[in-house]
Design a binder for this molecule. Structure first.
Ligand code: PMV
Length: 355
């Protein structure tokens, strides 16, 4: 019979880098200039849910994001789809009378429905969770035998940071040496239970879309920033070793110092780019000063901060008690803005952080 639909649903959280990926050595394959390390959020927050379906009655590949149809014609979608179809395996469900041979996957079309449980407009990275979920659910649907690391190398071709969302806990994206990217993949450093005292708080400083995409920002930095060359060769390799050690030992002081320094160096590379790229704003800078002062007054770090390609602050508190204090202080200095639907997510742009 031709009237069947096979479906798979998967859920994937986003990840936050504590040693940043910034710069590609190959733009098509998405190969980075340095290793990076991230922490994957727990699946209740900032996650993508994707349902993929295949049926002989579908006549072309289609995708919906938050219930709106989007184009799959972009090279990154096409690369992921091609790679997955290449690795697809035979599938049989005798009860339903469905038999799909490896070669049939080429001709069968997929429908993909993806949904983000956070406001897409809030400027929070969504491509990491999105591509990881897309690749994982299609791999289940098409019966791939590849392990999570091998799948991460496919997700990497959708969005670099996506490769790290194939695992929970702490994850390293190894840059690899191969020109074709076969060894540029993610590995898990420690699982989600390893250091579960940590609490992550994300302050949406501005919900405006970023002006410079990570793709063009990285390209400009690679072409013009000498600091990027120095960072990739001399700084990150040492930090990766130290960060792995800090995670292994649950050493919050080293973890926080490395994460903050690395975020600051990434934004320094952006400033060193010609023309300079500004991702952080005054509110971001005030949050940094505030956390730095707090950490210094306590004698050892209580909170780490890190910023991606936008002004929103990601803060990692060493435990729940510190997280509660942090939230209270943030809400005091930046009262939620009642004029926006993002209410609880937004710390007003205009608020002033006092000493
Ligand atoms: O994967 P992309 O193209 O969204 O780039 C992500 C870059 C940063 O978020 C700034 C750093 C990182 O390692 O996630």
């Amino acid at each position: 019979s031709v009237n069947w639909v096979l479906m798979v649903t998967a859920q994937t959280p986003t990840n936050i880098a504590v040693i940043k990926y910034w710069g590609k050595r190959d733009e098509t394959l998405i190969l980075p200039v340095n290793d990076s390390i991230s922490v994957t959020l727990d699946p209740d927050h900032l996650c993508t849910t994707t349902t993929v379906a295949v049926s002989p009655s579908f006549d072309h590949d289609r995708m919906w994001l938050n219930a709106k149809e989007i184009s799959l014609s972009g090279g990154r979608f096409q690369n992921c789809l091609r790679e997955i179809r290449n690795c697809a395996c035979d599938f049989e469900d005798k009860q339903k009378g469905i038999k799909i041979e490896k070669k049939d996957w080429e001709k069968l079309h997929v429908h993909i429905a993806s949904y983000n449980n956070f406001p897409t407009a809030a400027g929070l990275a969504s491509s990491a969770a999105g591509f990881a979920c897309l690749v994982f659910s299609l791999a289940k649907l098409m019966n791939l035998r590849e392990d999570q690391s091998q799948l991460s190398a496919i997700a990497r071709q959708g969005s670099g940071s996506a490769c790290r969302s194939l695992f929970g806990g702490f994850v390293k994206w190894i840059m690899g040496k191969d020109e074709r990217g076969s060894d540029s993949l993610a590995v898990q450093l420690a699982d989600e239970e390893h250091w579960n005292d940590l609490v992550i708080i994300i302050a949406v400083v501005s919900s405006r879309q970023k002006e410079t995409s990570s793709t063009s920002g990285m390209r400009e930095s690679v072409e013009t920033s000498l600091l990027l060359q120095h960072r990739a060769k001399e700084v990150v390799p040492k930090r990766i070793v130290q960060m792995e050690e800090a995670i292994k030992n649950r050493d919050f002081s080293s973890f926080a110092q490395l994460a903050c320094a690395d975020s600051n160096q990434f934004h320094a590379v952006c400033l060193d780019t010609s023309p300079p790229i500004f991702y952080m704003n005054d509110t971001s800078h005030r949050i940094i000063s505030y956390v730095e002062k707090w950490n210094r007054s306590e004698g050892s770090p209580q909170v780490a901060y890190t910023f991606d390609a936008g002004p929103n602050a990601v803060m990692i508190a060493r435990n729940r008690k510190v997280a509660t204090q942090l939230l209270q202080r943030l809400l005091f200095f930046f009262p939620p803005n009642p004029d926006t639907d993002l209410n609880s997510y937004v710390l007003g742009d205009k608020s002033i952080l006092h000493d």
